[in-house]
Design a protein around this ligand. Structure first.
Ligand code: GDD
Ligand code: MG
Length: 350
């Protein structure tokens, strides 16, 4: 039986100032189509399993946002975390809880803030992955052909062959730039899409082997899950978990990782430049959100201003210009990985 875990607890700080602590990017209608990335993700997964088997994992401070945006989701399927401990603990919590409901569960774990343009291909690859994870003790991820030496992703080296599912030789999370450039040039790597497929049995085994502290912690909650003692257990114990992402905790270490290279029209939309890459642009390759913006000798920019704002810009190339009403950011697109830190510094100053 297939279950889906949508992770919606991140802050998305590289999308600052549009994405903030109080309103991270998965809740934003960043494409301007009337739906947030979370809503698009949820609708996509309704095509994979019944609503009762879709869970949303998020920080307790976003409980209201999730419930408002996903009117169809079961309230008991919104799992709330009392602290920010990254993705390994939230996945462990949901996995131990679901395995108690159904020991044979097959689980798809997905981020809530990605764009997938080729939905048919995506659904097809997920079915292939689910078939494989049912038959094998395997940890699967979808692999994306890299287009730039982005240091924000996991890089996967796989054994090429005729099969659609490839055995992974090495998984490197967020390499330094020189490494990312080397991997890109070699042509032997795909990016980790951050979409994982595995059985509850295989993942629990991996936690026990590679992250025993997390395994022990969430296993100790078994008497409480799916009872009225669950939230008390989570509120007291969850914050004591190691703070680590699933990529570092499991994927880098396990030797039963597989990938399915998948051309699904994927974009992480993790940063302004990634939004620029998929969005509609003018003749000079500018992406602008309003027609009250007048540009001259300006190219390759992303300009995102409040609705009632007019602007005149001349002589700017390859810049991010974002005004969310409170904060104005003007930053070279090439240095956008710094924005995460800039956002932190600014928030602590004000
Ligand atoms: N519930 C919950 N709790 N969700 C979280 C938490 C948390 O503590 N932290 C992050 N998330 C959510 C985010 O909202 C996002 O949807 C997803 O988990 C992934 O977290 P990110 O923080 O966006 O990870 P990343 O982008 O740096 O890296 C991951 O994704 C890349 C692809 O986009 C890794 O898996 C990389 O290997 C991968 O290439
Ligand atoms: Mg991300």
């Amino acid at each position: 039986d297939t279950y889906v875990l949508i992770m919606a607890g991140g802050v998305g700080s590289r999308f600052w100032p549009k994405s903030r602590n109080q309103f991270p990017k998965q809740f934003i209608d960043i494409l301007g189509i009337g739906k947030s990335l979370l809503q698009l993700t949820y609708e996509r997964f309704l095509k994979i399993c019944p609503n009762e088997q879709i869970f949303v994992l998020t920080n307790e401070s976003y409980a209201g946002l999730v419930a408002d945006q996903l009117s169809g989701i079961l309230k008991e399927n919104i799992l709330l975390e009392p602290s920010r401990n990254n993705t390994a603990p939230c996945i462990a919590y949901a996995t131990y809880k679901i395995a108690q409901l159904n020991p044979d569960a097959n689980i798809v774990v997905a981020p809530s803030d990605h764009l997938i343009l080729k939905e048919d291909v995506f659904l097809d690859k997920i079915q292939v992955a689910l078939g494989f994870s049912t038959a094998n003790d395997a940890l699967l991820t979808l692999g994306i052909s890299p287009t730039r030496p982005d240091t924000g992703y996991g890089y996967i080296k796989y054994q090429d062959g005729f099969e659609e599912v490839k055995k992974v030789d090495a998984f490197m999370e967020k390499p330094v730039l020189a490494k990312a450039e080397e991997y890109l040039a070699s042509g032997d790597y795909v990016w980790n899409a951050g979409i994982f497929i595995w059985s509850a049995v295989s993942l629990k085994k991996a936690f026990e082997k590679y992250a025993p502290e997390i395994a022990t912690l969430f296993e100790s909650g078994l008497p409480c899950y799916n009872t009225d003692r669950e939230s008390e257990f989570i509120n007291t114990k969850y914050p004591t978990s190691p703070n680590i992402s699933i990529d570092y905790a499991i994927l880098e270490k396990a030797n039963n990782v597989y990938t399915i290279p998948a051309d699904i029209g994927w974009s992480d939309l993790g940063t302004w430049a990634s939004l620029h890459a998929v969005g509609e642009k003018d003749m000079a390759n500018n992406m602008i959100n309003l027609n009250k913006i007048h540009l001259k000798d300006t190219s390759n920019c992303i300009i995102h201003l409040p609705k009632d704002k007019a602007a005149v810009i001349r002589g700017l190339d390859n810049y991010i210009v974002v005004d969310d009403g409170e904060v104005l950011l003007i930053y070279p697109k090439t240095e956008e990985q710094e924005i995460k830190q800039v956002a932190k510094d600014i928030v602590s100053e004000h």
